[in-house]
Design a protein around this ligand. Structure first.
Ligand SMILES: Cc1cc2nc3c(=O)[nH]c(=O)nc-3n(C[C@H](O)[C@H](O)[C@H](O)COP(=O)(O)OP(=O)(O)OC[C@H]3O[C@@H](n4cnc5c(N)ncnc54)[C@H](O)[C@@H]3O)c2cc1C
Ligand SMILES: NC(=O)c1ccc[n+]([C@@H]2O[C@H](COP(=O)([O-])OP(=O)(O)OC[C@H]3O[C@@H](n4cnc5c(N)ncnc54)[C@H](O)[C@@H]3O)[C@@H](O)[C@H]2O)c1
Length: 502
């Protein structure tokens, strides 16, 4: 890093890489660039660690974990008798506070320094080519100049639907739901996606009377049985589900919130939570100074570089490729490494599945929804595979029929689906729904990314009696067609410009 002395109120600093946004993704891209021999600075205007650490993944899972443990114990005789008490909601909230370090980022800022990354606190915006101007709380500015690259890692914000009265009703969004210090007696949720399903589970478990109003179904976009099984379970917990129902108006007065549905029903609640997806945090960051559209998802190529700019990258939620922490960090590893490689004149590995590309964003994005039952999925659903023109066969199996599941819990209920590309004889998608299925998804991810032929998968023997035996049952249901291993050949996926060897 070279430093030019202060000029007026503006300090000028020069780095190889400037990272705008210090969430998990911004931390990772800076770290990889530094490991590649570059200097890097992170600009952060709130908490280092970002949404996931303080208002998203970590607190939401902390809110859900205690009741998941309690439910699991209640499903096993012997343990059930030992947990006769109720969930201690105050203790759950206190544990959530510890998980988020009481919203202090001191530890994360220390990690950044230890990784050899500089941190500038304040609001950053692009102010020209390879330039970022940072304004701190006092109004003083620092002009950062990048020798090599600027990476935008500013994340996303909740989408606020244009529903009359909603903004004036001071709705909760995901931050308020995950950081709440009290549990509302009545909670109405707008949305039927992942946040809605997880928060309905959490707050119903805390004793709130929860109503979920979704204009579509529950967990649309996943295999249909996922949403159906989670819906059944939420109803059993007393959640009222109004699916395929719009919201026409929201009002707040001294008695609370009134939500009017498209069927004319009035729902009274103490709080309304909006869980209607995300919008990119790409306004107010100076995109217009380089000819890009503020407010849009920032498009990138698979090396995470923005087309038309040899110095600009976008990683994590803000590029809209896959709004998940692990996927953003994966992008950051590829992008940090490729920025270093390009800077150092080293070879760039940008073919599909190379070390400098995020190919898995298109083919193998794993996700776990921490409802009860859990939903763990990766790759394509059956419907998405068919829509992509793949000759598809889907096989289903009840997880409760596996010996490991019968031991795991009384009356275990769940289902698995394996989606097979018949031409290539490989798995392109898998979904597991059931208690404690989260850890099953990594095996499916490896099978998809490794393009492991089905006849080879028969040799990946699951241990008895684990729930992983679901893999054997899925293969048996599919059938073992030939005694000879399938020949390997190269095909083009019509939905992705990538040649694959099978
Ligand atoms: C309720 C909820 C639960 C979730 N649970 C999971 C989960 O279990 N697993 C999972 O994988 N994903 C989960 N997600 C998604 C996950 O939170 C995001 O994918 C992830 O946080 C994105 O990381 P990011 O670094 O791209 O953005 P962020 O974490 O939002 O980080 C961006 C950072 O940039 C900073 N910033 C923005 N603009 C500026 C600026 N102009 N100047 C300076 N700093 C700026 C912000 O303050 C922030 O710190 C969840 C999301 C929600 C809402
Ligand atoms: N466990 C996890 O991995 C996890 C947990 C929570 C969130 N997340 C991530 O965070 C992101 C945000 O989650 P989310 O649940 O907000 O989004 P989502 O995309 O999962 O669901 C959005 C929901 O809002 C509805 N909706 C959209 N626009 C609407 C409108 N104008 N009016 C009414 N309803 C509308 C949709 O029909 C859908 O039901 C997701 O992309 C998800 O990947 C992940």
């Amino acid at each position: 890093m070279s430093s030019i002395p202060e000029t007026g109120t503006t300090l000028v600093e020069t780095y190889d890489l400037i990272v705008l946004g210090g969430g998990a993704v911004g931390e990772n891209i800076a770290d990889r660039a530094v490991r590649g021999g570059l200097s890097a600075v992170i600009v952060e205007h709130e908490l280092v660690g970002g949404e996931c650490s303080y208002w998203a993944c970590m607190p939401s899972k902390a809110l859900l974990r205690s009741q998941a443990v309690l439910t699991a114990a209640r499903r096993v005789p012997g343990a059930a008798q030992a947990v006769a008490g109720e969930l201690d909601v105050d203790a759950v909230l206190a544990r959530r506070d510890r998980v988020v370090n009481d919203w202090s980022d001191a530890g994360q800022a220390e990690w950044v320094r230890g990784a050899g990354i500089d941190l500038v606190r304040g609001h950053g915006r692009l102010s020209g080519i390879r330039q970022v101007t940072v304004t701190d709380a006092d109004g003083s500015t620092t002009l950062l100049i990048a020798r090599r690259a600027v990476a935008i890692a500013t994340g996303s914000d909740p989408r606020m639907p244009d529903i009359p009265g909603l903004r004036e009703a001071a709705p909760w969004a995901s931050r308020e739901a995950t950081s709440a210090k009290h549990v509302p007696g009545r909670l109405v949720i707008i949305g039927g996606g992942v946040v809605a399903a997880e928060m309905a589970t959490a707050y119903a478990g805390f004793g709130s009377a929860v109503t979920l109003v979704a204009r579509g179904g529950l967990l649309d976009g996943m295999e249909p049985f996922a949403g159906e099984q989670v819906a059944d379970s939420l109803r059993e917990r007393g959640v009222r589900l109004l699916l395929h129902t719009g919201t026409t108006r929201v009002d707040r007065d001294d008695s609370g919130v009134t939500l009017e549905t498209s069927t004319g029903e009035l729902i009274l609640a103490d709080e309304v939570l909006v869980a209607a997806g995300r919008v990119p945090r790409s306004t107010g960051i100076g995109l217009e100074t380089i000819g890009l559209e503020p407010g849009s998802w920032i498009e990138t190529d698979d090396t995470l570089r923005v087309p038309g700019f040899d110095w600009l990258y976008a990683v994590g939620d803000v590029n809209g490729r896959a709004l998940l922490t692990h996927q953003g960090k994966y992008q950051a590893r590829a992008a940090g490494d490729v920025i270093a490689a390009r800077a150092n004149g080293q070879p760039v590995s940008d073919a599909a599945w190379g070390s400098h590309v995020a190919t898995a964003d298109h083919r193998a994005v794993p996700q776990v929804t921490f409802t009860d039952p859990e939903v763990a999925s990766v790759g394509l659903t059956e419907a998405a595979a068919r829509a992509a023109g793949i000759r598809t066969r889907a096989v289903d199996y009840e997880i409760g029929w596996v010996a490991g599941a019968t031991l795991h819990a009384e009356g275990y209920q769940g289902r698995a689906r394996m989606v097979v590309d018949e031409d290539r004889s490989v798995i392109v998608g898998a979904t597991f729904v059931g208690p404690d299925v989260a850890e099953l998804v990594q095996a499916a991810t490896i099978a998809i990314v490794g393009e492991v032929p089905l006849d080879r998968l028969w040799h990946a023997v699951p241990a008895y009696p684990t729930i992983s035996e679901i893999w054997l049952r899925l293969l048996e249901t599919y059938g073992r067609e030939s005694a000879e291993p399938a020949p390997r050949r190269t095909v083009e996926y019509p939905w992705l410009d990538v040649a694959s060897v099978i």
